[in-house]
Design a protein around this ligand. Structure first.
Ligand code: SF4
Ligand code: SF4
Length: 431
């Protein structure tokens, strides 16, 4: 993904100081040196130099990283563990190929939303007949097919996917000044499971005066393939999404999932480097246009003064791919603080990883829950009624760990809070 000398340069930045150890959630739980950033850098240097072979132990070292980048924030020379890890995973795929289930998921289902919907329905039926459970433990839906689901149940699918609930083009609400046209990237979870979250996003945007374009041709963002080291399929997926959103002039393409956002922004920058001509321009253009929904609304300013029907105290959890990946942390708080009847109570470490990490939580279920327990303790210590975040993956992880811990607080996506807030009497409408 990166030229060999650049990856090696990155890996050689590590001086072995160990400042990253206490920042790494995996190391903090397991205390195993090889599973810290320092240990992984050391191993991958050996791999790049051809001194170490790809053994099962090596595969474990590559797969037990959350890509949370907490080590990078603590690293004096700024060594980028996640970039080095991505390259190592890519090489592992080139050497050994993908397991058949991942191959099926990445080559067929991630590129075709109809096929993914049919396959999810089928798996759901099989699971329903064997477990009878409605639990919702799956982070990135396509990982179900990766052989990593660890026997976990498929979340209840929505009766109809999001695309069947809305027209491709939704105009701004009546009586509201028109403020522009945006594209909506739904992500697989909002498309097939939590469609009310998608409804909320469309309501919030149209009430704010935006016309929303929801291209039917969009597919999965490709993050599951990218973070598994499968560059070839990520390239094809990126091109499909780039073409889907290139059909009309858009102010921005808005994303509500921190992992999708990271895939579409940083991942597609990587993809573009492997393309030429018109294809490269298309993918670069989408990568530049994607914005987190909260960052977009904060930069444009809310058209209306919002007020919750009842007083509510909340705390905010920063998704790793926002706070460290894209430096987004001020914007969601600005939006929350602008809502009447809402009190924001900061937790001790809002940027601490919740332990979700997409397929990490399926392949390393107990470790993932153990990391999530810190987050739940932090939230409980604030006494807030709800924790708010900007990633459906974090919502799921925190919900699950909180329910195991019998913790009683609501877990909400930011867009759900905005949707609950009504216009305050005398609120202004921006023209
Ligand atoms: S903090 Fe950075 S330089 Fe120090 S051991 Fe960790 S990765 Fe290496
Ligand atoms: S990215 Fe996160 S999990 Fe991976 S080594 Fe760094 S701190 Fe640890």
């Amino acid at each position: 993904m990166l030229p060999q000398d650049q990856v090696m340069k990155e890996a050689l930045k590590c001086s072995g100081c160990g400042f990253c150890l206490s920042a790494c959630p995996v190391y903090r739980v397991l205390g195993v040196e090889t599973l810290s950033s320092r240990g992984r850098m050391d191993t991958i240097r050996g791999m790049l130099l051809g001194e170490l072979k790809l053994t099962p132990r090596m595969e474990e070292i590559l797969s037990t990283c959350l890509m949370c980048q907490a080590c990078e924030a603590a690293c004096p020379p700024g060594a980028s563990a996640h970039k080095v890890l991505l390259e190592a995973r890519h090489r592992a795929v080139k050497d050994k190929g993908l397991p058949w289930a991942k191959r099926l998921a990445f080559r067929r289902l991630l590129k075709d939303r109809r096929a993914l919907g049919r396959a999810l329905g089928l798996v759901r039926k099989i699971q329903g007949s064997t477990s009878g459970s409605d639990s919702f433990n799956l982070r990135h839906l396509p990982t179900l097919f990766s052989g990593l689901s660890g026997g976990r149940a498929l979340p209840a699918l929505a009766p109809r996917p999001l695309r069947e609930r809305f027209a491709q083009r939704v105009p701004p609400s009546q009586g509201v000044a028109h403020r522009g046209r945006v594209g909506l990237f739904s992500g697989c979870y909002m498309e097939f499971v939590d469609t009310p979250m998608g409804d909320a996003a469309i309501r919030v945007l149209t009430r704010e005066g935006f016309e929303v374009l929801y291209p039917r041709e969009q597919v999965c963002c490709g993050a599951p393939a990218l973070y598994s080291g499968d560059l070839e399929d990520t390239v094809e997926i990126a091109l499909r999404n780039a073409r889907a959103f290139a059909q009309e002039e858009l102010d921005a393409v808005l994303v509500m999932c921190a992992t999708c956002f990271s895939g579409l922004r940083e991942g597609y920058e990587i993809v573009a480097r492997h393309l030429e001509g018109e294809e490269r321009t298309l993918v670069e253009s989408l990568s530049r246009k994607v914005q987190d929904l909260s960052a977009f609304l904060a930069s444009r300013g809310l058209a209306r003064k919002l007020l919750l029907p009842e007083p509510m105290s909340v705390t905010y959890h920063d998704p790793c791919h926002h706070v460290r990946g894209q430096r987004i942390s001020r914007e969601p708080r600005e939006l929350l603080l602008s809502i009447g009847n809402l009190t924001l109570k900061e937790m001790a470490e809002p940027a601490r990883c919740c332990g979700g990490g997409g397929s990490f939580s399926l392949a390393n279920a107990e470790l993932s829950v153990e990391i999530g327990r810190w987050k739940v303790k932090d939230i409980l210590a604030t006494g807030a009624q709800a924790v708010v975040t900007s990633c459906p993956g974090c919502v799921l992880q925190i919900q699950e760990v909180a329910s195991r811990e019998k913790a009683r607080f609501q877990v909400l996506h930011l867009v759900e809070v905005l949707d609950r807030a009504e216009m305050e009497e005398g609120g202004v409408s921006r023209s």
